[in-house]
Write a protein that binds this ligand. Structure first.
Ligand SMILES: [Zn+2]
Length: 307
């Protein structure tokens, strides 16, 4: 499947050469800043990446474009294999895979906006016969149109991916829920749900987005949320203003939002991502995720759009 040069023998040395700094979320290590600059030619920028260990699974977050996140999912028992989620910049995915000796076996695409799928064509040309899974025929090089409830196996069947309809931002958007034994469950939500926010309703209705939130609320509370953008600080600033203005009716308390805003600001000051968070945490400070009706979500979305 691999049509690019990957030097497996160099991988161990590269791994050892990385500098690793721990950061903490909810009292446990979650993200490690990886830099492989010492293994690259002078003058070449290293691919920035944040690794999030999730038991048997691990998620590598690649900040891309202005504020996007692209992802590579790996499993301890399947070294050299990765599942990519949303590729707005194929060059970064390919460079990282080359550095770390990874073949991409599947590409999961949440929706058709260019910043989530501009890399599909180049990845498809590199990883031949790689399935590209998404919920919208507008996605370039899509090979598997997957609708709500569709489940498929990854990493030699040790891991299950389930497609969840996530319309609202676009009508064909899906999210991917990933489960494996001895791993924390993961949700790749694209632009449907962000930390402390939800996507703009470009094609869908508030009711569609509310139904999306209800489907996510059925997932295990410890599910880690990996959204498509780093929008957390601006989302929390709005959520705080909304909670303060609607103290008696807001679905989230101003105190919970304020605490999360402080945490997010601290992380961003250190150049760290604010995600993942857990769905249980999001219930306390994300007014869209905690909304009690489609009408309430519509009102909060309208307030956010003019904030
Ligand atoms: Zn989008």
């Amino acid at each position: 499947m691999l049509a690019m040069a990957c030097v497996a023998g160099a991988r161990t040395a590269q791994m050892a050469a990385r500098s690793v700094v721990s950061t903490r979320l909810a009292g446990r290590p979650l993200a490690r800043w990886l830099s492989s600059s010492s293994t690259r030619a002078a003058g070449v920028e290293p691919v920035r990446a944040f690794e999030v260990p999730c038991g048997q699974l691990s998620v590598t977050m690649l900040p891309a474009l202005q504020d996007n996140y692209m992802f590579l999912l790996t499993h301890k028992d399947n070294p050299g294999q990765a599942v990519a989620v949303d590729s707005g910049d194929a060059h970064m995915h390919l460079e990282y895979c080359k550095e770390h000796g990874l073949d991409i076996t599947h590409l999961l695409t949440t929706h058709h906006h260019y910043d989530h799928c501009d890399g599909n064509t180049a990845l498809a040309a590199t990883f031949l016969n790689m399935p590209i899974v998404g919920g919208d025929e507008r996605i370039p090089k899509l090979t598997h149109l997957a609708k709500h409830g569709k489940a498929f196996k990854l990493f030699n069947s040790t891991t299950t991916a389930r497609v969840i309809r996530a319309s609202g931002h676009t009508v064909g958007q899906v999210a991917f829920f990933i489960e494996a034994p001895d791993a924390t469950p993961l949700l790749f939500s694209g632009d449907s749900m962000f930390s402390a926010g939800c996507g703009r309703l470009f094609e869908g209705t508030p009711d569609m987005m509310f139904q999306t939130m209800l489907r996510f609320r059925e997932l295990p509370p410890n599910t880690l949320l990996f959204p498509g953008h780093e929008y957390t600080v601006s989302n929390l600033k709005f959520a705080l203003a909304y909670a303060e203005e609607h103290r008696s009716s807001s679905p989230c308390s101003a105190e919970a939002v304020q605490a999360q805003l402080q945490r997010a600001l601290n992380l961003r000051e250190k150049g760290q991502p604010t995600v993942p968070t857990t769905l249980a945490q999001e219930r306390t400070f994300n007014p869209f995720f905690a909304a009690r009706s489609a009408d309430e979500l519509a009102a909060i979305r309208a307030a956010k759009d003019s904030f």
